[in-house]
Ligand binder design. Structure first.
Ligand SMILES: NC(=O)c1ccc[n+]([C@@H]2O[C@H](COP(=O)([O-])OP(=O)(O)OC[C@H]3O[C@@H](n4cnc5c(N)ncnc54)[C@H](O)[C@@H]3O)[C@@H](O)[C@H]2O)c1
Length: 376
């Protein structure tokens, strides 16, 4: 894996990101901008005005549509923006991504994460544009098959999660049994399997893979009920950081390292369909950390104290680690050598943002350094 391969694959290519207004979406837009791609995408209006979408000035470097991917086809913003984007690649990240929110609002979590994925795959089957959901239900794509409408072959990566698996106390392999326990996890299990179904059973004309990432940390995440944003908010307010399960083990990784895996899979499957499939991406199992270890590492850079609340948001796994052999076998490797480097990069981001620095410039510089690290 090297920077020049990425540039060769993505420079001047049209890349469409669902969830572009979110944390990973913002980082991915900046990474693709760095690689010279034409970036566009869709997302809901950002919830926060202090996240990466705002700090990274994503509107300046990408063509952003505000819209709901599950909207009925006759009012869909997804369809016209996809047509305008004419994508070579689609990275599908739009989702309700918070476990605790899934417990509070299972309907919206299932609807967005499952039907959003169905909607996207239906729309891109030959850019066959259904007039309404009714058309989708009535087998619209089949009718178009009969008319043999051809389409551009798009490289699609569906971004799912380590939570798609049934809980097992060892690093999870791609072939392990899939079963998300809570609404968020189960909705992502479904989304993941739906993409595989469009590839295998429905013979979608596109290249389709799913990538299952562990917990991602990086600058500009301000989502509720996530460890880093919780630390940053409490630090700013001078409050104790409340940690609900400090001894749970998670595959924490830098956001760049997860996103580089999406780009790698997207690039390789477009070159050779044999690379289509399901991939885990996460740190080596020996680098997984208990949450309190991450918190203690953050304390070396930010000024806060924490307490164990033991408060439960519903059942969550105690141990999550990913077997990353498969993604490594196709050339992926992390840009950050160890957890200390990851935490340093993340804390530096928030410290610079607090100092009022130009965070688009700073983030692009972190991206440049991360890509350049492959050459070392
Ligand atoms: N952050 C992590 O640790 C992590 C780990 C594994 C997988 N993931 C997955 O990565 C993806 C991105 O997560 P994130 O951390 O950036 O979350 P985020 O909340 O910051 O971003 C979610 C994005 O999806 C968009 N979205 C939600 N509902 C939508 C809808 N109905 N129509 C259009 N857009 C909609 C939001 O507007 C936002 O742009 C998600 O699919 C999530 O499940 C995240």
């Amino acid at each position: 894996m090297n920077r020049l391969n990425f540039i060769e694959a993505y420079k001047d290519k049209n890349v469409y990101i669902t969830g572009i207004t979110g944390f990973k979406g913002g980082w991915l837009a900046l990474m693709l901008h760095y690689l010279g791609a034409n970036v566009s995408g869709i997302g809901l209006e950002p919830d926060q005005d202090d996240g990466i979408f705002y700090h990274g000035k994503i509107n300046e470097i990408a063509n952003v549509t505000i819209g709901d991917i599950t909207a009925n086809a006759n009012v869909s913003k997804l369809i016209p923006s996809l047509i305008e984007a004419n994508p070579d690649y689609i990275i599908h990240m739009a989702a309700q991504p918070i476990v605790s929110e899934g417990y509070k609002d299972p309907f919206n979590t299932f609807h967005t994460n499952i039907m959003g994925t169905v909607m996207l795959h239906e729309i891109i089957r030959g850019l066959r544009l259904p007039a309404s959901c009714e058309d989708l239900r009535n087998g619209f794509s089949k009718k178009l098959d009969e008319h043999n409408i051809s389409c551009k072959r798009v490289s699609v990566v569906n971004v799912t999660t380590d939570k798609v698996y049934k809980e097992i106390d060892r690093p999870l392999k791609e072939s392990d049994e899939m079963f998300g326990f809570d609404p968020y996890s189960l909705s992502k299990t479904c989304s993941d399997m739906i993409s595989t179904c469009y590839r295998n059973a429905l013979n979608s004309p596109h290249y389709i893979s799913t990538v299952r990432a562990g917990n991602v940390i990086g600058g500009g995440d301000m989502a509720p009920n996530r460890i880093i944003p919780d630390i940053v908010r409490a630090t700013e307010a001078g409050e104790l950081v409340e940690i609900r399960s400090p001894y749970s083990v998670r595959p924490y990784q830098h956001v760049f390292d997860a996103l580089s895996a999406y780009l790698l899979v997207g690039m390789l499957q477009r070159r050779n369909p044999i690379y289509q499939g399901e991939y885990n991406v996460g740190p080596d199992p020996h680098q997984t950390m208990e949450t309190y270890e991450l918190v203690e590492k953050m304390k070396q850079h930010l000024n806060f104290n924490w307490k164990n609340t033991g408060k439960s948001i519903g059942k969550e796994s105690n141990y999550l680690a990913l077997d990353n052999h498969k993604i490594k076998s196709i050339g992926w490797r992390p840009a950050y050598a160890n957890n200390d480097e990851v935490v340093k990069a993340v804390s530096e981001w928030y410290n610079k943002a607090t100092q009022g620095k130009n965070m688009q410039k700073f983030t692009l510089n972190q991206i440049k350094e991360a890509f350049e690290s492959y050459e070392k």
